[in-house]
Write a protein that binds this ligand. Structure first.
Ligand code: KIV
Length: 263
C-alpha cells in the first residue's frame, strides 16, 4: 500500500507521480491493478458521474458513498477523497468532523481547495493525523468567483500569490498540492520552490506528477474536452456500438441464441 511518505519520496527520487480519478468500484480496481499511485475520489463526480454543470451540488453524503466503494476496491494506491463544497469552509471544526468521515469511509487523506484562507484548517487536520492534499489555481468550487473556468495565476501579482500559497500549504503540512490550469512556467517555479510534490492538471510538464479525470482520458465524457486533456480511448463510441448491436440482435431475434440459452 502506497503511503503519503512514499508519495513525497517519489519527488526526492525524481519519479513522476501518476494520479487519476475514480468514483466506482470497477474503475478503482482497474486503476489500482494498473499501478496508479493516487486514486482521487474527485468531486468532478458531480460533472462526469452525475451530469451537473459545476462541482458545487455534490454533497458530503454522496462523496462518502463514492469514497466507500472506491476504497473497497483499492489495495495498493493511495485513496484521497475530495472534500465537497461547504464541507470544510464553514469552520475548522466542521472540516475536522467531515474529514474524519472520509477517513472512516476508507480514504487515506483528503483534498481541499484554496490557499491562504485554508491554512488553519490544513494545520488542524494534519495535527490530528489526517493527511491533506492542497489544490491551487483553477479551483472549480470557486467557479462563480472566477467567472468561469479560465486559466489562473496569470500576471505578476497572481503568480506571486500562488507561490506564497503553495509555500504556506507546505508549512501547514500538506503532503502534495494539485496545480490546476496555470501557466507551465509558474508550475515549474512552484515545483522547484517546495519540497512536497506538485500534481498538475493543465499545468504543464514540470510538475512532480499528473492527474486527469478518468472519464476524460477514456473518451466517456463527450460534452467538452479541455485542451489539457489527452484522450487515450474512445469508450463512448465503443459503448454506443455495443449497445446498438445488442438492440439490433434483440429486435431481429438473433439474441439470445442457442449458446446463451438453457435446454
Ligand atoms: O475533482 C477532481 O477530479 C479534481 C481534479 C484534480 C482532477 O479535483
Amino acid at each position: 500500500m502506497i503511503t503519503v511518505n512514499a508519495i513525497i519520496a517519489k519527488k526526492k527520487a525524481g519519479e513522476k507521480i501518476v494520479s487519476l480519478t475514480a468514483y466506482d468500484f470497477i474503475s478503482a480496481r482497474i486503476l489500482d491493478e494498473a499501478g496508479i499511485d493516487i486514486i482521487l475520489v474527485g468531486d468532478s463526480a458531480a460533472n462526469v458521474f452525475a451530469g451537473e454543470k459545476t462541482t458545487l451540488p455534490i454533497t458530503t453524503e454522496e462523496m462518502l458513498y463514492h469514497t466507500r466503494v472506491v476504497a473497497r476496491a483499492v489495495k495498493n494506491g493511495l485513496v484521497i477523497a475530495d472534500m465537497p463544497f461547504m464541507s470544510y469552509q464553514v469552520s475548522v471544526e466542521s472540516a475536522v468532523y467531515n474529514a474524519g468521515r472520509f477517513l472512516r469511509a476508507g480514504a487515506c487523506g483528503v483534498k481541499l481547495e484554496g490557499g491562504a484562507p485554508m491554512i488553519q484548517t490544513v494545520k488542524r487536520l494534519v495535527d490530528l493525523g489526517i493527511p491533506v492534499m492542497g489544490h491551487l489555481g483553477l479551483t472549480p468550487q470557486s467557479v462563480h468567483k472566477f467567472g468561469g473556468y479560465r486559466i489562473q495565476g496569470v500576471g505578476k501579482d497572481a503568480s506571486e500569490r500562488m507561490l506564497e500559497d503553495a509555500k504556506s500549504l507546505q508549512s501547514a503540512g500538506c503532503f502534495a498540492i494539485v496545480l490546476e490550469k496555470i501557466p507551465k512556467a509558474l508550475a515549474k517555479r512552484i515545483t522547484s520552490a517546495i519540497e512536497i510534490p506538485t500534481i498538475g492538471i493543465g499545468a504543464g510538464p514540470h510538475c512532480d506528477g499528473q492527474v486527469l479525470v478518468l472519464h476524460d482520458i477514456l473518451g466517456l465524457f463527450e460534452e467538452f474536452k479541455p485542451r489539457f486533456v489527452k484522450r487515450y480511448a474512445n469508450l463512448a463510441e465503443e459503448i454506443r456500438r455495443a449497445v446498438e448491436q445488442y438492440k439490433k440482435e434483440v429486435q431481429g431475434g438473433i439474441f439470445p441464441d442457442k449458446e446463451h440459452s438453457f435446454d
